[in-house]
Design a binder for this molecule. Sequence first.
Ligand code: FAD
Length: 354
Amino acid sequence: MMHISIIGGSVGGLSSALALKENDGYDVTIYETHEEIGHPLQCAEGYLAAYELEVPPRKVIDCTIHSCIVRTWQNGVRKDRTISSEKERMWIIDRPKYEQLLANRCEKLGVDIQTGRRATVRELKRESEYIIDASGCYSQTSKEYGFKYEDVRKALQYTIEDDFSEYYEGKTIVMGYEPHYIGYYWIFPKSPKKANVGIGWVDSGDLHAELKRILEMENIEGNIINKTGGNIPCKPLKRFTYDNILLVGDAAGLANSFTAEGMNNAIISGRIAARCILKHSIDGYRDMVMSKIGGRLYVGRLMRNIRENRYQMFCDGLEKLDISFETLDSPYRLYRTMLTRPSLLIRTIMLRTI
Ligand SMILES: Cc1cc2nc3c(=O)[nH]c(=O)nc-3n(C[C@H](O)[C@H](O)[C@H](O)COP(=O)(O)OP(=O)(O)OC[C@H]3O[C@@H](n4cnc5c(N)ncnc54)[C@H](O)[C@@H]3O)c2cc1C
């Protein structure tokens, strides 16, 4: 039986394995450095069903999200704008539980999951028909082949116990865009008394000090029960394949540069990688991934570019345009929304980038 090795037992690796097992002709092994699937957590646990992704299983949902409070500052004055979703498509999930559920499904289908096991491409190449590298950023392949990622940002998060009932009962999250750095801070409620609160994309300085300042500003005083952080790879690599290796999720640089979402891109790219392997045709893998998720990534880069270079224009857009979660789905939807404000549209087109 042909053997496929997967490096990384997180959302990307587990989704790839499940898709590979749609065809029983493969023997699949997942190697995961950590002792336990799902731990340690490095995520705010916001699951957005972009593309055709299904609703996560009910038992892993902590909170269903209907809207997002986008917080900006203009001339020192805080402004809140609530953006909602046309349909139910975002949840705060228990990600460790979700990954353990995927891992259980994998094992039932005969996938061998080896935890506490760091793998290298060099050792796996000998025994594997294909390797799926879902080892995150920076990927194992990049370490052995020596290629670099562009535009990798840092994020830091605390899980805090306090009164978050306003957000939890209101089924809403907060994304705060302050003028002095290019990322955002978030408050994602997990229960009335617990939330993930974090910050990303601060170029320099002390992320812990910034996050503590934000906690003070938001009057969040409770106990910090977990601290985590990590890299956000904001630019897709030019190549997603090296020899018989396919890069999936963060390993391919597939996080959204505006929102930092990466779970959905890891799942989608993992499934496409599996389909390419089942067809023994991996040359078109990158094009297939980008044709599926490239539109949303493009809008993410464009939004970040506006936010980074034209903060006032970013605030104007939020105030004047009829924006929903779906506006970020494709350039077509974003530009169509902007038709009501031609000057904003022209200035945006002048700033566009990918
Ligand atoms: C603070 C923070 C908050 C975030 N919040 C969100 C959010 O709310 N929503 C969202 O969608 N995205 C979020 N993201 C991004 C999201 O977490 C990633 O995009 C996503 O986890 C990518 O999944 P992946 O499977 O590609 O890689 P990862 O989740 O990074 O998994 C890689 C796995 O490979 C393992 N591994 C690495 N090297 C080896 C090796 N040599 N051998 C064996 N195993 C190895 C690692 O231990 C790890 O388990 C956040 C990221 C950060 C840092």
